[in-house]
Design a protein around this ligand. Structure first.
Ligand code: FRU
Length: 491
């Protein structure tokens, strides 16, 4: 169904309770609703927003269009949690309601200041000719959870030299000042990021474009920038659009990744850094956002989805979810991503096995399911390839394996179930040279997140298998491999 502009930008004030309930009913009939991931009650979820630790709780908002699986009038939906694992749906956090965000409360971030949580976001507006006019707006959440929008935007004008693709402020504090990076497109249609400075979060000065070593030819727009310091390094995350596929890299419609180097030079507005790395080597990952917490950790959540792609849940009136939270650390000039330890709170019944596998596919006794955590460690291998098949049914399987000849981790969703996005390929690979290979996998009804070798690489994917595709198998070809596997039900 084609959605008209009127349908996409309809105010929620005109939507009846009956209509919402009808939508929710359709959504709840979907066989692919998730169990432990943040997902929208109805409609479409995209970027994580305003991720922060405030007043004893984690707050995580997301981009939300309530009325269907399309990108329409975006709200911020508010969820919160004490442990990063059990999330409470709070309801709409920021509603697009005035001339500065009439066409969507777009992405942004949060920071605590003076006992309140300041939320800075992009107000998206369109004029009568459908030209875009973005404003950077502020909303303030009090400790009681009430959120109030400021009457006027805090950044109105786009600095000269940039187009109207100017959005997604990410704020941090350094010394007495606050800084914000904003994703921008230059007039020559290349992506960039600009820096603003403020002493009170309300009055912002344009500091300049951030100089990076990425050159002029690194995509046409950088969405959702993020900057933080970890282990005395400066890390700049962003989601560039327009990179061309290259070897095993950049096969999704858009990418997200980071550069890492010295902390940003705030005087010269310059980042000195190494190569760009993709954050996730799977199929469905975009627009991640990080926050620091009270334990000094840096935690990242991403959108488990991508724009401009139809997903099999669309017909049930909803789309997408967020990833599980990942704790970041730095190792050998790269980010390592580990599921936060709190996820162990979800562990239920456990099964375990050790075996040597040779030239065959072995179903693991008592290992099956569609919602679980699985840790598989492979060692002492003489095989040319070995790995796992999960969500196995009569004609379905999802494969995670190590190709010991090419030294690559391979993820295949070619036969995972209902297919989608096939034009972007159904196999993802990445180099990893190691003797021992471990896959720690979080499986929900319609997703898989694989942490390889303690988070050195991560593969995230939506999959849409049949309800009975619950088998788990191990295999080794062209030699022997030892495997130790533990599976926990997730409750
Ligand atoms: C990224 C993005 C952001 C924008 C938001 C709108 O997915 O396009 O740049 O703020 O989504 O929903």
């Amino acid at each position: 169904m084609e959605w008209t502009k009127e349908q996409r930008y309809r105010s929620m004030d005109d939507v009846t309770e009956e209509e919402i309930q009808g939508l929710a009913k359709l959504v709840n009939q979907c066989p692919w609703r998730q169990t432990f991931h943040i997902q929208p009650p109805t409609g479409l979820l995209n970027d994580p927003n305003g991720f922060s630790y405030f007043n004893g709780e984690y707050h995580l908002f997301y981009q939300w269009f309530p009325l269907g699986p399309i990108h329409g009038l975006k709200h911020w939906y508010h969820t919160k949690s004490k442990d990063l694992v059990h999330w409470e749906n709070v309801g709409v956090g920021i509603e697009p309601s005035n001339e500065f965000d009439s066409h969507g409360a777009y992405s942004g971030s949060g920071i605590e200041h003076d006992g309140k949580l300041y939320l800075m976001y992009t107000g998206n507006t369109r004029d009568e000719y459908w030209n875009r006019h973005p404003y950077q707006c502020l909303a303030v959440m009090s400790p009681d959870g009430s959120i109030e929008k400021m009457d006027a935007p805090v950044i109105v004008d786009i600095p000269s030299g940039y187009t109207d693709h100017f959005r997604d402020p990410k704020i941090w504090q350094h010394g007495d000042h606050f800084y914000a990076v904003i994703g921008a497109q230059k007039r020559n249609e290349t992506g960039s990021v600009v820096l603003y400075r403020s002493s009170d979060l309300k009055d912002w000065q344009f500091a300049g474009e951030v100089k990076t070593g990425l050159g002029e030819d690194f995509g046409y727009m950088w969405e959702c920038p993020d900057y933080f310091e970890l282990d005395e390094q400066g890390v700049f995350l962003f989601s560039p659009q327009g990179l061309k596929a290259e070897g095993d890299h950049y096969h999704n419609i858009y990418q997200s990744g980071y550069v890492i180097g010295s902390p940003i030079d705030l005087e010269n507005i310059e980042l000195k850094h190494g190569a760009f790395h993709e954050l996730d080597r799977g199929f469905d990952f975009y627009a991640p956002q990080s926050t620091g917490d009270h334990q000094g950790r840096r935690i990242l959540v991403g959108w488990m989805g991508l724009p401009e792609i139809d997903y099999p849940t669309d017909k049930n009136g909803w789309a997408h979810c967020l990833t599980i939270p990942r704790e970041l650390s730095v190792k050998d000039g790269k980010l390592v991503q580990q599921p936060v330890p709190e996820l162990e709170l979800l562990r239920g019944e456990k099964v375990e096995t050790r075996q040597t596998v040779e030239n065959e596919n072995v179903s693991l006794d008592n290992f099956e399911g569609d919602v679980y955590e699985l840790l598989a460690e492979f060692s002492d291998s003489t095989s040319v390839e070995f790995g796992l098949e999960i969500r196995v049914g009569e004609v379905e399987k999802t494969v995670i394996k190590y190709d010991a000849v090419a030294k690559k981790v391979v993820f295949e969703r070619t036969e995972s179930g209902e297919s989608f996005a096939e034009e972007f390929g159904t196999v993802r690979k990445c180099m990893l040279d190691a003797e021992k290979i471990s896959f720690r996998i979080f499986v929900d009804v319609s997703s898989v997140e694989v942490f390889v070798n303690n988070g050195e690489e991560v593969f995230t994917a939506r999959i849409f298998p049949g309800k009975n595709s619950n088998g788990i198998r191990v295999f080794a070809r062209g030699g022997q491999t030892k495997v130790k596997a533990i599976k926990w039900d997730i409750i």
